[in-house]
Design a protein. Structure first.
Length: 333
């Protein structure tokens, strides 16, 4: 570890990275970049971070009990490694590393620097503000990113984008569990920019609903598959298919579509925390709103108030002073 960071080059470089991440968090910046040098820089950054982590274990050798300082340092790295597995959406971009979309790489490397300092007391602690800065930066990483609908529309139509609709729908159908937050957000909110959608008012959907109500599950599944092929991210169609497969005890197909259903609803839930008017959950339709209410376990005892806002209607669900904010989108550029 000491050999790896024998000079301050990495330290100051990644301190700058942390600063960029922090400012990005404050500004709600969470966008993919097509600039090659930025992508390469992100990959190099993460590679060096992983090297630092491996170096940490090599230096400890684990042939003896860890000292108190080493345990403290290891706890930081363990927590940070765990954060890699989350969908942390911040500016340093690195594709599919532990299923993380945006990796706060500077945060990891700064931990390595911190470990170096507590293991070698001969090196003065020159930067006492550093740990506090990291904690503030981590708090910024944890914030939910603002949904950029114009970027979603552009990405879905661009063949060069990794969020191109055809690329995402292939992954959605083949490996639904591998979808990350940004991908599910593109699939779910991208429905606002598609023209091949099916609606509950369509005759084909009414026929599907009637087949299920009449317990004609085989016909329901046959119709549902046909509609699914036309509109595979339709939550209403997925929900009926799930109920039909559950009724005939078809576990394989049930779990397959359940993974897709969860992916889309997770993308919906990641849009906000629902605690304030500025951070509401965003849904595409009233039907999706009621699906979200069921997922959140909000019962009939909640009362709804509504008001018009930009690009939609804001519903305020309230019970005993507890409020949940959900925005039904009506996007029209």
């Amino acid at each position: 570890m000491n050999r790896l960071f024998s000079n301050n080059t990495f330290y100051y470089f990644f301190l700058i990275v942390v600063g960029i991440n922090f400012l990005g968090s404050i500004g709600g910046i969470s966008k993919e970049t097509d600039i090659l040098i930025v992508k390469i820089l992100g990959m190099i950054t993460v590679a060096v971070c992983l090297l630092a982590l491996l170096s940490f274990f090599t230096d400890l050798k684990f042939n003896h009990l860890l000292s108190l300082r080493q345990r403290f340092a290891f706890s930081f790295l363990f927590i940070d490694l765990f954060s890699l597995r989350k969908n942390i959406q911040r500016p340093i971009y690195f594709r599919n590393l532990f299923h993380a979309r945006f990796v706060p790489a500077g945060f990891r490397i700064c931990h390595a620097r911190f470990i170096q300092q507590i293991q070698n007391r001969k090196e003065p602690m020159k930067h006492h503000f550093f740990l506090l800065f990291l904690l503030i930066s981590l708090n910024g990483f944890a914030q939910k990113s603002k949904i950029d609908f114009k970027a979603i529309e552009k990405d879905l139509k661009s063949e060069k984008s990794q969020y191109n609709y055809n690329k995402l729908i292939f992954k959605y159908k083949a490996y639904p569990k591998s979808l990350d937050t940004l991908e599910t957000q593109h699939l779910y909110y991208g429905r606002n920019f598609r023209e091949d959608l099916l609606f509950t008012t369509d005759e084909a959907f009414k026929s599907l609903a009637d087949a299920y109500k009449n317990n004609n599950f085989q016909d329901c599944i046959k119709q549902g598959k046909a509609l699914y092929d036309k509109d595979p991210t339709n939550l209403d169609i997925l929900l009926i298919l799930l109920k039909a497969y559950d009724s005939i005890k078809d576990g394989e197909n049930f779990l397959y579509h359940l993974s897709q259903f969860r992916a889309l609803t997770d993308g919906m839930k990641s849009s906000g925390d629902g605690k304030t008017e500025k951070t509401p959950y965003l849904v595409n339709s009233v039907g999706d709103e009621y699906i979200l209410l069921n997922i959140l376990n909000l019962g009939k005892e909640y009362t709804r108030g509504s008001k018009s806002v930009k690009d939609g209607i804001l519903d305020i669900w309230e019970k005993d002073g507890n409020k949940i904010y959900i925005k039904v989108l009506y996007i029209d550029y």
